[in-house]
Write a protein that binds this ligand. Structure first.
Ligand code: ATP
Ligand code: XMP
Ligand code: GLN
Ligand code: MG
Length: 519
């Protein structure tokens, strides 16, 4: 646990998919919080951490099931404000003498509207206009509130949507105020931390200092290898770690043969010119492309790449005395989509090479200072560390690189075609001044050849798909609404200038149901 000197808030995680969003909403309020799975939260733990307030997250289980998760009963005597959300609300009611029932046709999934039925401090400034939209996701519901509680808001299927024991400062809501689809939900957190006495002393500057201290603590006098891709995440991680341990850090940039046009030269050049960080440029394209030869399954490709990355890092670590750690720019969305989190309901969508793609046994210990952050928070940290804006604004590029933009089998020929098409597409986007409006844009080469006619001759070449999305954190995304002129001009350029492509489509799938990458 952290020994931070800042005001602390404890989030007890009952396994919700969106627990991290609670943390995020709190960080936006400059409140320091820690998420701990309910199994680890004993009263000794609570006393040791000494939080100023506690939040119970949602979760997949039903409090009506025997053996389902509970909070330590004594936490209700601890004397700090508690906010229960969804499962957290239900468990609070149950443990304090209310009743929760399952399966009475009162499930609510999605948008709902809550009507206030009384004035309550944590609702200040929220329900000024009457009905407000909230996001619900529950099967069970509270059928009787606990002694000491009163109702402050109802929805059609949740008569106890908002309840509180105002004397003890216990608050319980059935909906999820942390998600985007509860538009004014941040207000509830703002009111809650205010009444709990938080001073808002947790800033990106504070995060940076805390992380530097933690990195030093974790690494001691050992050495760290950092996988540096030139992307925002690993660049921020590398610079942060360099601030913490200086020359104990060596960065390894791996050219796996799946990079974009001129990428290796640009990244290595930029780091060598601007930073005094030890950097190894590992050209391993033969190794990666050799192992990927003939493979077409997306997860197999990801697993092979993940393993080879580690082999390469290990190989270089072996040449450096005392190199026991591997640093990566892993972010929270990489984690949540790759692994089921603390027994929660989230499923594995794809094995991001740096998380789910890691081999089970690895000689190096991980240093992942950005593991709790979302992309826009990493960008803010990058600004705090003085990274140039052009760098901070770079579109994300996945670790497995072009391998997952080449659905099916990868060949050198396809990769070359893809690199050319991608360079033209990016050039078009920059020329039209759209780069900064877009979260990510790329070309995927499709595993299909189509018939065309060029210069009166027949062509039988690859089709490609252009992709461009807007997003805040990569977790959800929408396609970018290019003008038809832009799309037409870009398709013409790609087909005219890239030998091997004779057809161009624009992908207009949002996430969900699609993902951003094609594999
Ligand atoms: N070519 C590479 N060489 C070395 N390490 C890499 C490479 N590609 C990815 N990694 C490692 O895997 C991590 C995850 O990759 P990811 O693409 O999510 O992050 P990033 O490249 O740092 O940033 P961005 O998301 O902006 O592309 C990186 O932070 C880095 O540590
Ligand atoms: O570090 C990474 N390793 C990976 O294996 C990986 N796969 C996808 N991505 C990037 O993550 C974001 C979400 O991608 P998806 O919607 O395709 O899952 C998008 O920004 C993707 O580019 C990866 N990043
Ligand atoms: N989102 C939640 O926390 C759900 C709580 C509980 N599993 C229910 O269905 O009611
Ligand atoms: Mg990247």
């Amino acid at each position: 646990m952290s020994q931070t000197s800042h005001d602390r808030l404890l989030i007890i995680d009952f396994g919700s998919q969106v627990t991290q969003l609670i943390a995020r909403r709190l960080r936006e309020l400059n409140v320091y919080c820690e998420i701990h799975p309910y199994q680890n939260v004993t009263m000794d733990f609570v006393r040791d951490m000494a939080p100023k307030a506690v939040i119970f997250s949602g979760g997949p289980d039903s409090v009506t099931r025997e053996g389902s998760p509970r909070a330590p009963q004594e936490i209700f005597e601890y004397g700090v404000p508690i906010l229960g959300i969804c499962y957290g609300q239900q468990v609070m009611m149950h443990q304090l003498g209310g009743k929760v029932v399952s399966g009475h046709g009162t499930a609510e999934f999605g948008r709902a509207f809550v009507t206030p039925t009384g004035d309550l401090d944590i609702l200040n400034g929220w329900f000024a206009d009457g009905n407000e939209q909230v996001w619900m996701s529950h099967g069970d519901h509270v059928s009787q509130i606990a002694p000491g509680f009163e109702v402050f808001g109802t929805s059609p299927n949740a008569p106890f949507a908002i309840t509180a024991d105002t004397d003890r400062h216990f608050y319980a809501v059935q909906f999820h105020p942390e998600v985007h689809h509860t538009p004014k939900g941040a207000k509830l957190y703002e009111n809650f931390v205010k009444l709990a006495g938080f001073s808002g002393d947790w800033t990106m500057g504070a995060y940076r200092d805390e992380m530097i201290r933690k990195i030093r603590e974790q690494v001691g006098d050992k050495k760290v290898i950092c996988g540096l891709s030139g992307g925002v995440d690993s660049s921020v991680a590398a610079i942060l770690i360099h601030e913490a341990i200086g020359d104990q850090l060596t960065c390894v940039f791996v050219d796996h043969g799946l990079l974009r046009k001129n990428e290796a030269q640009e990244v290595v050049g930029m780091f060598r010119d601007n930073y005094n960080i030890q950097l190894i440029h590992a050209d391993e394209s033969e190794l990666f492309l050799g192992e990927l030869d003939g493979q077409s399954d997306p997860e197999t490709k990801r697993k092979i790449i993940g393993k080879l990355f580690i082999d390469v890092f290990q190989k270089h670590a072996d040449t450096i005395e005392g190199a026991e750690f591997l640093a990566q720019g892993t972010l929270y969305p990489d984690v949540i989509e790759s692994v089921s989190f603390s027994g929660g309901p989230s499923v594995t969508i794809k094995s991001h090479h740096n998380v789910g793609g890691l081999p089970e046994k690895m000689g190096l210990k991980l240093v992942e200072p950005l593991r709790e952050l979302f992309k826009d928070e990493v960008r803010a940290l990058g600004r705090e560390l003085g990274l140039p804006d052009s760098f901070i604004g770079r579109h994300p590029f996945p670790g497995p690189g072009l391998a997952i933009r080449c659905p099916g089998e990868i060949t050198r020929e396809k990769l070359d075609i893809l690199r050319e098409a991608d360079a033209i597409y990016t050039d078009q986007i920059r020329k039209h001044g759209l780069y900064d409006e877009i979260w990510q844009a790329f070309v995927a080469i499709l595993p299909v050849r189509t018939v065309g006619v060029m210069g009166d001759g027949r062509t039988y070449d690859y089709a490609c798909a252009l992709r461009a999305v807007t997003s805040v954190d990569g977790m959800t995304a929408d396609y970018y609404p290019f003008s038809h002129e832009f799309l037409g001009e870009t398709a013409t350029r790609i087909i005219n200038e890239v030998k091997g492509i004779n057809r161009c489509t624009y992908d207009i799938t949002s996430k969900p149901p699609g993902t951003i990458e094609w594999e």
